[in-house]
Write a protein that binds this ligand. Structure first.
Ligand code: RIB
Ligand code: CA
Length: 350
């Protein structure tokens, strides 16, 4: 039974892996993609998703352009983290597919109204367009089957300021409007929140790329090493393996540059895996709010675990998972998908 997903992304290297994970998952059907400004401007996010869909030979899936700016502040992007186009060193063929006529917020509202109680929302970028959709349709929390958010940091340092996580940092007003809107939702509609506390335990290493390429039947072996000089491009014969390797290599280099090792935090594909199978996550309810006026702490997500604010919980925060189990799924699903889309060319016996 395919679970229908609305995907809201700021693609993004790890957003790309989330998209591929969903396209590769037999239990997922993406019904719409909202291109949200974040890692790169919304228009580039949209192009990246159209391009990935095309190289994956995916069915026609609506890609809708999000707002150019956050709700209340100018857009901040991070090309140093995700590359000039937002997909690291990968250079995807320019897409021929067209953007949707409607905006991302309009798409959100139309889809949840058309499929009440059936759709899973997955947000792996700033919450700008979900907030705009909630302004158009306040009943959205009850019209969604489930919402999964990659964002925030609770008992864990930020990755953008000492306390901010990137997606919330870009649009803190939107994050607050979303968490406030879900305060009135029933307990079984509370967003599942994958914050840095858990996603920074999801560390991709070069071996994972080698295993994925092997699973895809891409020969010779895809060998990415921290000894490589920066900017090497993959020569994998399987195009998806090549593009994934080129995208992730940029992310490895970025994490090393910030003393985190030659690794890549797979924030977004982990959130995608949880969206399809919440049993991957151990969660704990809390009341979440977002600081908007702190001099040092603006855009910080705060979790009231003990109910001292006297407000009902509005989130289920992921506090535990098995990273190895996640990587097994990612490698198996995306590796098999890459093999299916681009079958290995049988080498003639000499
Ligand atoms: O903080 C990590 C998040 O910010 C990820 O979703 C990454 O893609 C960026 O959007
Ligand atoms: Ca993202």
């Amino acid at each position: 039974m395919r679970q229908q997903i609305i995907l809201d992304v700021d693609t993004g290297i790890d957003d790309s892996l989330a998209l591929l994970y969903l396209l590769a998952s037999p239990d997922a059907q993406i019904v719409g993609i909202a291109a949200t400004a974040g890692n790169v401007p919304a228009a580039q996010v949209a192009v990246n998703n159209l391009a990935w869909l095309e190289v994956c030979r995916a069915p026609e899936i609506e890609v809708a352009l999000g707002a150019p700016e956050p709700l209340a502040i100018p857009l901040r992007t991070t090309e140093d983290t995700h590359g000039p186009q937002g997909i690291g060193y990968a250079e995807l063929p320019p897409p021929t597919r067209a953007l949707s006529e409607r905006t991302a917020a309009e798409m959100w509202v139309a889809l949840v109204r058309a499929h009440p109680g059936e759709l899973i929302g997955l947000c792996t970028g700033p919450l700008t367009n979900l907030a705009l959709a909630l302004r158009l349709e306040p009943a959205l929390p009850r019209l969604l089957k489930r919402l999964v958010i990659m964002g925030g940091a609770f008992n864990h340092p930020g990755n953008t300021t000492p306390t901010n996580e990137w997606n919330v940092h870009v649009d803190p007003e939107a994050a607050k409007e979303v968490f406030d809107a879900f305060s009135a939702a029933p307990a079984d509609r509370r967003p599942l929140v994958c914050a840095l506390d858990i996603t920074e335990t999801i560390e991709m290493v070069p071996k994972h790329l080698t295993l994925l390429a092997e699973r895809a039947g891409s020969v010779p072996a895809e060998a990415v090493s921290e000894a490589d000089h920066d900017g090497i491009r993959s020569t994998a014969p399987n195009p998806l393996v090549r593009y994934i390797s080129d995208a992730v290599r940029f992310y490895f280099e970025f994490h090393r540059q910030y003393d985190q090792g030659y690794i890549a935090h797979m924030h977004d594909p982990f959130a995608a895996a949880v969206a399809l199978d919440p049993t991957l996550a151990v969660t704990r309810p809390a009341t979440v709010d977002v600081e908007l006026t702190g001099t040092l702490t603006r855009a910080t997500t705060v979790a009231d675990w003990a109910g001292v604010w006297g407000r009902e919980p509005n989130a289920d925060i992921v506090i535990g998972t098995d990273p190895a189990a996640f990587f097994d799924r990612l490698i198996t699903r995306v590796g098999d998908f890459a093999r299916a889309v681009y079958p290995p060319v049988e080498r003639k016996a000499r």
